[in-house]
Design a protein around this ligand. Structure first.
Ligand code: PLP
Length: 417
């Protein structure tokens, strides 16, 4: 238990938590084979994705984003890159990795069990079986983006879809889902409540499958394929990750599934040469709390007197961390950073006006990372690992997690704050 961090969380004071257990005992049993299995499944589905979402044709039905250098924004170290998951096809957020993957895995299981395909089939044929999938339901709890990714993909396959939306969810996300034929159930309460209710309703219905953001290993593995795809992109940019060129990655964190999956994939690939930090809002630091208190999924920010609905970063408005991610991150995560929402608006504008990329508010949290490198905690982390002399040659990635689907009128509202 790190008392100082827990105190900071309680007092809504920005904090940096460094993981004392990084590189220690592993509390998980998955490995590179599980990531490969997810990659292969996504390859089997690529012809189907390309058929039903023609915008994915340039990448042959593989949903992937660009990596590019950030050289116009001020105050960033050299060799800083943006990983632009805001522009992932179909869902416009990092959820296009995990959310869509879990729906596809469920689809493959049903189709295999019912003799519709074998793993050698051309999965493009699945488009002809909407009636079959229409007998099944998919349900999910969401603050917005997970619902979008699951809803859009599930509706396209033919499922009946119900998205349980917490109070934070933006109206345009609900409207977009309804326009795709998705049933949206609205809650006045926070995310945990929407998840708990969705889970209960789904469990009571044998035809229904629940995508459980708080416990799902499939979601996690869907996110983890990002690493293997990032590696060639870094190489193309002339960035080599090795003992002399460490990689620092800063990712916005909600339940911890998306950043956890990405971090896990990166650690499998780069080992101790990659240093991953999660960034959370002051009002919803559930992962920082989970790790610093040592209580993982069993503690909620309610106990700190915080309300996740108070943050304007709706994608990160989560009170309780994912159990899967907590267990795996125990030995793999470098640390967590918390930040004030106010800082996010500055990054949103600067990134848009200088780099020409619009990100939603939640997606800007990673920009806080490099600004914390000179903090006492980070300097200690860096010197403890013998990295002080290598910082000039380090590579930095700010993981931008969403934004492409934000309507124009909403964009203007953010840019005029
Ligand atoms: C969901 C989301 C995240 C964080 O993912 P978690 O799995 O909830 O930690 C970050 N940014 C955006 C834009 C998101 O939608």
């Amino acid at each position: 238990m790190n008392r100082q961090t827990v105190e900071d969380i309680k007092n809504r004071k920005e904090t940096i938590w460094i993981n004392p257990d990084l590189g220690g005992t592993k509390h998980y049993s998955i490995g590179p084979d599980d990531i490969r299995d997810a990659e292969e499944r996504l390859e089997r589905f690529a012809p189907f994705i390309e058929r039903v979402f023609p915008e994915t044709a340039p990448r042959g039905g593989i949903i992937e984003s660009e990596l590019f250098p950030l050289n116009k924004m001020e105050g960033l170290p050299k060799n800083t890159f943006l990983k632009d998951d805001a522009h992932l096809a179909i869902a416009g957020s990092v959820k296009a990795r995990g959310g869509i993957y879990e729906v596809l895995k469920r689809t493959e299981t049903l189709a295999l069990e019912n003799g519709i395909i074998t793993t050698d089939s051309d999965y493009a044929c699945l488009e002809d079986h909407k009636d079959f999938f229409g007998k099944y339901k998919i349900q999910v709890g969401s603050t917005g983006n997970l619902g979008l990714s699951i809803g859009i993909m599930s509706a396209m396959i033919g499922y009946k879809v119900i998205v349980h939306m917490s109070a934070d969810a933006k109206q345009w996300k609900k409207d977009l889902l309804r326009s795709k034929g998705v049933k949206v159930v609205e809650y006045k309460s926070d995310y945990s409540e929407a998840v708990a209710n969705g889970r209960k309703q789904s469990d009571a219905d044998p035809s229904s499958y629940f995508v459980d953001d708080e416990n799902s290993l499939d979601l996690f593995l869907g996110y983890s394929v990002a690493a293997g795809r990032l590696a060639p992109q870094l190489k193309n940019q002339g960035a080599v990750v090795d003992d002399d060129h460490p990689l620092f990655v800063f990712i916005p964190c909600g339940v911890g599934g998306a950043p956890g999956g990405i971090a896990f994939g990166l650690r499998m690939l780069y080992g101790d040469n990659v240093h991953v930090f999660f960034v959370e809002p002051l009002d919803a630091p559930c992962f920082t709390l989970a790790m610093a208190s040592g209580k993982g999924h069993d503690i909620s920010i309610d106990e700190m007197g915080l309300k996740s609905t108070d943050t304007q970063a709706d994608g990160l408005a989560v009170g309780r961390a994912s159990s899967v991610s907590c267990d795996i991150m125990k030995s793999e995560l470098s640390g967590c950073i918390t930040m004030d929402d106010k800082e996010l608006f500055g990054y949103l504008k600067e990134c848009y006006y200088k780099e020409g990329v619009f990100l939603e508010l939640s997606a800007c949290a990673g920009f806080a990372g490099p600004t914390r490198l000179s903090s006492e905690e980070m300097r200690a982390y860096i010197s403890d690992r013998g990295l002080t002399d290598k910082m000039d040659k380090s590579i930095y990635i700010i993981w931008a997690t969403g934004g492409a689907l934000v309507p124009e009128s909403e964009k203007e509202a953010y840019l005029s704050v």
